[in-house]
Design a protein around this ligand. Structure first.
Ligand code: GLU
Length: 475
């Protein structure tokens, strides 16, 4: 059998991490079996679908490296096909027109609620006579199309992740609407027509679709179409064990990207959300996972989102980059932060800065704060730096430092420090601390000598020494 899988996002929001993880599992499954991976954009809901969301989804999948073999296929371009199949179901009397007004349906639900019954459609327009139908039409009512659900049925399938699944048809809420009054087909129907026409062999999607699968199986049967295999993946949960949502900070792939996560790191992390690697290792590229991936090792329980682990994986991938690669990743973050730089002209300087801060990066965005001291004027000194500048020996040290030429090599910088040690009769530590306070405005940070050289290349060092001195001389 040829493996053909798909990811079928609705462009009603940005690419959600849950959808991206489902896409990743489909992609891995397709690549493992040398099958095909289809991207289908489920844009039939025209009120909620937006082109910018479709663009965000497509960009997000591309950024993650989840290339598709076919698509994107847009549902809106297949409208005629859905109409054709609706007609087929109407002709076979497996679907019918249902004429209730919204108010009547609401009244039905209210009555059920009062009797403490679960809400369901009571199938009352199943067998209307042509005369009754003509009367509703004459009244100007617009019918929806409903699909007959035989309440006595039990729907059973073998789920590749969850094992045997059983669903009583009577729990599906009565005959279901498959197309709205304006002809717009609804999800559970359109998805079956698409999966059938596209010969999807395996439907791999989130477990929130389990009840939909039961409904969809009935539609496959009505169309005499072979059933695909189904596999329902666990949800991604927050620290409290609830479905990860906007309230947890970020949920879309573009958010993670803006926060400074690298695509291979995020992809690596997402595979661990719900799949257990056979040998327990945790760091691997997508290419390395392909031969290892199987649905048998996808967990039934939800995957808890773990920021510490993601950060750990991200730092690992950051360390794998060459300074040139890392610098290219950091430049857009610095530009977004408003730092003035010319990627070509400043290349050597940006590279030294990248090398200096690289060991401290957990995310690419960390580089914004870490580079602030080098990219722009120093605006403030923190409390520790102020305390250091107010040490009795600091004015003499700063004066001596400012009278020395700016060093342009590490050796020259060390010899400036030595000269000042001798001139002022102080310990080396005192010179280094004062220098750090004056140049950086903080007592913590990357290597001081390297920082000094980087500042010197932008001519920031002398003005900072003088500024600190001036501060001390203020009354
Ligand atoms: N459009 C549906 C969604 O985004 C697709 C679900 C499915 O894979 O069938 O949830």
């Amino acid at each position: 059998m040829t493996v053909r899988v798909r990811i079928a996002p609705s462009p009603t929001g940005n690419l959600h991490i849950g959808t991206a993880r489902t896409a990743l599992f489909n992609w891995l499954f397709a690549r493992h079996h040398r099958g095909e991976f289809i991207l289908r954009i489920e844009d039939t809901d025209q009120e909620r679908s937006r082109p910018e969301f479709a663009e965000n989804i497509i960009n997000g999948l591309q950024w993650l490296g989840l290339n598709w073999d076919i698509g994107p296929i847009w549902q809106t371009q297949r409208k005629h096909r859905y109409q054709e199949v609706i007609q087929e179901l109407l002709d076979k009397k497996l679907a019918y027109r249902s004429y209730e007004t919204e108010a009547e349906l609401q009244a039905m639900r209210a009555a059920q609620e009062q009797q403490k019954q679960a809400p369901r459609y009571n199938n009352q327009h199943r067998d209307l006579t042509p005369e009754q139908e003509a009367e509703w039409v004459a009244q100007g009512r617009q019918p929806v199309i409903r699909f007959r659900i035989d309440d006595d049925r039990e729907i059973v399938w073998h789920d590749l992740i969850r094992g045997e699944m059983r669903w009583r048809a009577s729990d599906l809420g009565g005959d279901m609407v498959i197309a709205r009054a304006d002809g717009q087909p609804l999800y559970n129907f359109a998805v079956v027509v698409d999966d059938m026409d596209m010969q999807i062999s395996h439907v791999i999607r989130g477990e929130d679709h389990i009840a939909n699968t039961a409904k969809q199986i009935l539609i496959y049967e009505a169309l005499n179409a072979p059933l695909p295999e189904f596999a329902h993946t666990p949800l991604i949960l927050n620290a409290e064990g609830r479905k990860l949502s906007k309230r947890d900070g970020v949920t879309s792939i573009s958010d993670f990207r803006q926060m400074g996560y690298l695509a291979p790191a995020l992809a690596n992390y997402m595979t661990l959300l719900g799949w257990s690697p056979p040998a327990g290792q945790e760091l691997f590229t997508l290419e390395e996972i392909i031969p290892l991936f199987s649905l048998e090792r996808v967990n039934k329980a939800g995957g808890k989102f773990d920021w510490d682990k993601l950060n750990w994986i991200n730092s690992h991938y950051i360390r794998q980059l060459s300074p040139e690669q890392l610098c290219a990743e950091l430049i857009p973050f610095w530009q977004t932060a408003g730092y003035e730089l010319d990627p070509e002209r400043d290349q050597p300087w940006l590279l030294s800065l990248t090398e200096l801060i690289a060991p401290s990066l957990m995310t690419l965005k960390d580089a914004v704060n870490l580079a602030r001291f080098y990219m722009s004027e120093l605006t403030d000194y923190d409390a520790e730096a102020q305390a250091q500048l107010h040490q009795p020996e600091s004015p003499a040290i700063l004066t001596a430092l400012s009278q020395q030429p700016s060093p342009d090599t590490a050796d020259a910088a060390q010899s400036v420090v030595q000269t000042v040690v001798q001139q002022c009769g102080v310990k080396k530590g005192a010179v280094m601390k004062t220098l750090r306070a004056a140049l950086m405005g903080t007592m913590h940070g990357p290597d001081l000598i390297q920082s000094w050289l980087i500042l010197q290349k932008r001519h920031y060092d002398q003005p900072r020494l003088l500024r600190a001195l001036a501060l001390l001389q203020e009354p």
